[in-house]
Design a protein around this ligand. Sequence first.
Ligand code: GLN
Length: 608
Amino acid sequence: MQSPIESYLRRLHAELSELRTGRPYQGIPAMAGADPEDFAICLATVDGYVYEVGDADTEFSIQSVSKPFTYGLALEDLGPEAVDEKIDVEPSGDAFNEISLAAGSGRPANAMINAGAIAATSLIKGSGGRKGFDRILSLYSDFAGRPLAVRESIYRSELRTGHRNRALAYLLRSFDVIERDPEQGLRNYFRQCSVMVNARDLALMAATLANGGTHPVTGKEVMGIDSIQRVLSVMMTCGMYDDAGSWTSAVGMPAKSGVGGGLLAVLPGQLGLAVYSPPLNDHGSSVRGVAASERMAADMELHFVRAARMGKSVIRERYDLTEAPSGVRHNDEATAVLAEHGHRAQILELNGDLLFAGAESMVRAVSALPDEVELVILDVRRVDEVGDVALTMLCELRDELAAARRRLVLIEAEGSIADAVATGRNDVPVFGTRNDAVEWAEEWLIAVHGARGLVPDVVQIPDFPAVGPLEPGQVAALEELMEERRYDDGQVIRRVGQKFGGIYFILSGKVATTSTQHGHRFRHATLGAGMTFGEIALGGDRGQSLRVTADGRVQLKVLSAEAIERLEQDTPELALSFWKAVARDAYTRVEQNFREAAVRERDQTLDE
Ligand code: GLN
């Protein structure tokens, strides 16, 4: 199934393809012919999943997107103090090729503008038998997770025409910011700008920055967290040159653009995103790149202020109906249907925050469920904070599932997610407890996969599982003692605190058991035809523990407390068999509860 994130990216890509302002970079002749129609958007998560739309394989020169990586290498090589002596960390507010050198020291304002970048590249020396540039190239390759290479024609073109950069290099040499032959550093800078990447590479490079320097796919530790912190800080304040302020307020992610049309942005701890589209704005940044970043930041709430809280894995546990059945006892046929098809209903328990990263991993997990899964039951009762992005994704998920004749089901106590998700064009059943959801799912599976009429509307006393072990004559004798009662929708059948009033057999319709906690009424379970209630009041002195109300019209037969007393006096043998049957029935349910508790306990052990 297509993930909602993928469909979102596709829509965004189609929409922004209409954006036709700007022009590919003309400053380097070999780049002037770039196809303005090329357009890719990629998003890589810190656990290594890559979403891509458009021309994600098309290569282009990395240009200034290289600057933060070389700056990081200089920090790793020399340490921050030595690098700071040569390059400051202050936003210049100037264009990328501005001559922003401090009066007196000649120190460039930061490593994201050309002056600072040429200085940073000049700081990289050869080591271990490898030339300075080879070390730069292999660092970029490690960030991308594949070997990258220089496009000679672009390198030579800039070497011939990059007079301003050459002037900058000599100026830096005159201030001793560059201490060696400026030509060497300049060439390496031009070479690093000519390294070819595609949008997927940039997204993974960004995701490696987001992941604290460890590549999400290869697992290689490419750079230390201290350098990453410095690099991302400078990207945040200076990465978008004279556009840094409005970028920070609109997008709020450290980013870097290049005149090749590439742009990457980093959401620390969560993801890297990249856009490729050659036409540039006045700042030398990709027009569609900026537009796509702004849109994604807003639509997916990626701005650092909103996305700050990073959720741990949002999926706490996943299991299907066969592993956690309801307390409802079914006849043999229906039981067989559930054994065969129970795996078609999957329950996913979510916890933590449903912001971008959490919602993304949740929809990815749902999208990856096998096609035979027909009911996706999300238990969101442990979810803390829910971003709008998560609600949008859940709505899309609901519609994608519906389109494939599958269904989303929610388990939620107070209903804020349900309010947003249950009211779309495809309805989403919402339940307050897992047991209710599971009962509903079982009925649904039996109705869809079983022969017709497997869930009976009316159950006669001899067919009740509770009296299963009794002889037919005994059952008939019991039924003699029962009185029939009818209730209308909403009528209370049993109140909390009432003493044992007998055993209630549901012939048709449904009853709901509820309790009040902290002023709220919680629904515990829905009991249907063939089920009994009232027995629990036998235990302890508190009497009836849950309120029982009719859910629609209900028809019951009651073996009252008085009738049972009479039974015990008049026919003790029958009474004994009856109590045996009741006890067996009760323990079947206890056992089911144990099984459910075991699932929960397993969760807790996993959490520790
Ligand atoms: N190689 C280009 C230059 O130095 C890089 C500029 C950029 O991408 N902003 O002019």
